[in-house]
Design a protein around this ligand. Structure first.
Ligand code: TGC
Ligand code: FAD
Length: 392
């Protein structure tokens, strides 16, 4: 892969809206991506492997549970800091951001928000340092967009809970030490359980042959009569709203992360367009290429403003689930369109691993599908503005 010459676009001077702390966090993550992700990511994506050795470094830049209070081992940052971290990490690769998103929003968040004090002190500090890694099991083979239909279930056996079922498409599953698993009790009510790797009857086979998110490890969670201690049940929230609450936090991070992928594609294409000469002049001088680039920076700027405003609303505790859906949907679509256009600017070179664009483009096919598909987020907006449910 070519040397990482990334320069972040900031067309509307959004840096002026950030605090010194935000900029410090953002810049240290940006430096880390240049130093530790850009030089290795192409190789790991090509061999379809997650670079395990970066886990400790991700923890060091504060990417695991940025908003978790210091009392539980987190850095206690605000939501804009969380967003900026996701943006910078996804600028490197969506798969690496996935690992940080899952650990933060889908593992630490539910323990923090729905867990007992004992669960928080037992798990959160070790998740913050990366000593423990987690995954989140909501999706099932027959229940993706409709998680409420899940069949994974547990029975109360007096001194333990007996868990049976299966989850599919689970990021980090093959190497996770713990899984936050959503399952129905005998009354059909959804609860979260902390399932630990060493529990008998619990396996996590890896999913192979992905063309997308290749540097992220994806797998299944299979539960065959797993005896889960009762103290591993998350006691403070149940019902579908519990996992969906975690998704709000992860979707927020993705709304920012997608901007990172888009910025990288734009920056690469802009630089290439000024260097690549055809018909005796740089291709960036042709109107057709300028149209692509001008539209890209316009869309990135709009997405940055949307994410920043959403971050301020979230900091004030005012961001709604529907607002988060709109930002996730808009910003991921923006990024995938930019990746496709940027790839064209590079001509044949755009399909090689010498540049990051094709990898981003393929990654974004997962990002537009997970955490709620593009269609589902549109329907969430539709329901919010009309009051009429078009899901079922
Ligand atoms: P519905 O009847 O609308 O709601 C059930 C209960 O949940 C509440 N609720 C929410 N609560 C918090 N946050 C949200 N975003 C919420 N949305 C709904 C709702 O108020 C209700 O509460 P209550 O108290 O009345 O019971 O549920 P529904 O069955 O009609 O489904 C609605 C729908 C389709 C929007 C929802 O199921 C959905 O979002 N589906 C998409 C599934 C999804 O996003 N899966 C993601 C799996 S995890 C993942 O992809 C990780 S990838 C990670 C990575 O690698 O980065
Ligand atoms: P389906 O729900 O079968 O949808 C298929 C198509 O039908 C989509 O286009 C969808 O938009 C459309 N559709 C569905 N319902 C409707 C409707 N009511 N109206 C209109 N159109 C509809 N899940 C986890 O729990 N944890 C993870 O860590 C995780 N990581 C993932 C990592 C990767 C790489 C991928 C690809 C997925 C991951 N997922 C994870 C699963 C992801 O959340 C689901 O793939 C997603 O929610 C969609 O579910 P599905 O694939 O079953 O598609």
């Amino acid at each position: 892969m070519k040397p990482d010459l990334f320069e972040a676009p900031d067309y509307y001077c959004l840096d002026d809206l950030l605090t010194d702390e935000h900029k410090l966090i953002r810049d240290s993550a940006r430096d880390w991506v240049k130093k530790s992700i850009s030089p290795i990511i192409e190789e790991y994506a090509q061999k379809a492997e997650f670079p395990n050795h970066i886990i400790k470094e991700l923890a060091d830049i504060g990417a695991f549970g940025p908003y978790i209070p210091e009392k539980y081992g987190g850095p206690g940052l605000d939501n804009i800091s969380y967003g900026l971290l996701m943006q910078e990490i996804e600028r490197g690769d969506s798969g690496i951001r996935s690992t940080a998103s899952v650990q933060s929003s889908l593992v630490m968040y539910p323990i923090w928000k729905y867990g007992s004090e004992e669960q928080k002190t037992k798990f959160l500090p070790r998740l913050a340092t990366g000593e423990l890694m987690g995954c989140f099991g909501l999706t099932e083979p027959d229940h993706g967009s409709n998680p409420g239909g899940m069949t994974t279930n547990f029975k109360d056996k007096g001194d333990h809970l007996l868990l049976n079922g299966a989850k599919l498409w689970i990021s980090n599953a093959p190497f996770a030490d713990i899984a936050i698993v959503w399952a129905k009790n005998e009354e059909g009510r959804i609860h979260g359980l902390i399932v630990e790797r060493e529990m008998e009857g619990f396996t996590t086979p890896e999913t192979h042959n992905k063309w997308s998110l290749r540097a992220s490890s994806t797998g299944e969670l299979i539960f065959t009569d797993v005896k889960v201690p009762k103290e591993n049940l998350l006691p403070n929230k149940s019902g579908l709203g519990a996992p969906l609450g975690c998704l709000d936090s992860a979707r927020f991070g993705i709304a920012w992360g997608a901007i990172g992928a888009a910025m990288d594609c734009y920056d690469t294409a802009l630089r290439y367009s000024k260097e690549r000469v055809q018909f005796g002049r740089p291709i960036g001088g042709f109107q057709l290429q300028q149209k692509k680039l001008a539209e890209m920076i316009t869309e990135i700027t709009k997405a940055q403003l949307l994410a920043w405003r959403l971050g301020t609303l979230k900091n004030e505790g005012k961001a709604t689930s529907a607002q988060i859906s709109m930002a996730k949907r808009n910003n991921v679509e923006m990024a995938i369109k930019i990746a496709r256009e940027a790839r064209q600017i590079l001509g044949g070179m755009g399909i090689t691993g010498d540049y990051s664009i094709m990898r981003h483009m393929m990654n974004l096919e997962s990002v537009i599908t997970y955490e709620g598909t593009h269609d589902i987020h549109l329907l969430i907006t539709g329901l919010d503005i009309t009051g009429l449910n078009a899901f079922k």
